[in-house]
Design a protein around this ligand. Structure first.
Ligand code: PRP
Ligand code: URA
Length: 206
């Protein structure tokens, strides 16, 4: 289930993030801002609970988000989007999955995992700016399924058709929320037109 958030505001932010002239400092601010907006869309169908509250005028049955909610950035680049999501959802807990793609084989290698014990009890926002071959997303989804997570939503800034096919093939029930479905991968697994290497652009590495 692919959901493209084609809002004028997200398109505006994305255009700036893609621009080769954008500095790491600006790139970080842009990813934080769009991260909150993508999470807002991903939470549109989030489970809610009724809660009796008292306003200054009277009591009423109000709606609250059902907890726990867990934001899981895929390290490193997922941290950029996760910042904005934590601001939108300050009561969410945060888990981390460290994956790095081998530049030759394009296989994702796992190097870190720290997930809250109760993660399977609620909704999980899995976060990575780039869905390229889909290898990293599928490896992270496997870890979350192994923990018993059922309601997982994958949030990517950009998705390649190859990555969408890969995730939909392995995990057909997982919604993919993205700001853009880009054209294709190049022959070394980078998204076109894309934005380059998201981790390098966030952290000023090469
Ligand atoms: C990038 C990106 C994704 C992955 C996408 O991370 O942030 O995690 O590649 O590629 P895939 O869909 O083909 O798996 P990278 O491995 O470069 O690590 P980094 O975030 O530490 O820079
Ligand atoms: N990882 C990135 O950071 N960029 C791409 O285009 C593909 C994978």
């Amino acid at each position: 289930m692919l959901h493209i958030v084609d809002h004028p505001v997200t398109e505006h932010i994305l255009a700036a993030a893609r621009d080769v002239k954008t500095t790491p400092a600006r790139f970080r601010r842009l990813l934080k801002r769009i991260g909150g907006l993508l999470a807002y869309e991903a939470m549109r169908t989030a489970p809610q609970v009724d809660k009796q509250i008292t306003t200054p005028m009277e009591t009423m049955a109000a709606k609250r988000l059902s907890m726990p909610i867990t934001i899981v950035p895929i390290l490193r680049a997922g941290l950029g989007l996760a910042d904005g999501m934590m601001e939108l959802l300050p009561e969410a807990q945060v888990g981390h999955v460290g994956l790095v793609r081998d530049e030759q084989s394009l296989q994702a290698r796992s190097y870190y995992e720290r997930l809250p014990a109760n993660i399977a009890d609620g909704l999980v926002l899995l976060v990575d700016p780039m869905l390229a071959t889909g290898g990293s997303a599928v490896a992270a989804l496997q870890k979350l399924r192994d923990k018993g997570c059922k309601d997982i939503r994958l949030i990517c800034l950009l998705a390649a058709p190859e990555g969408v096919r890969c995730v939909e093939g392995e995990y057909p029930g997982v919604p993919i929320i993205t700001a853009s479905l880009d054209r294709q991968l190049n022959d070394i697994g980078y998204i076109l037109p894309g934005l380059g290497d998201a981790g390098d652009r966030l952290f000023g590495t090469e």
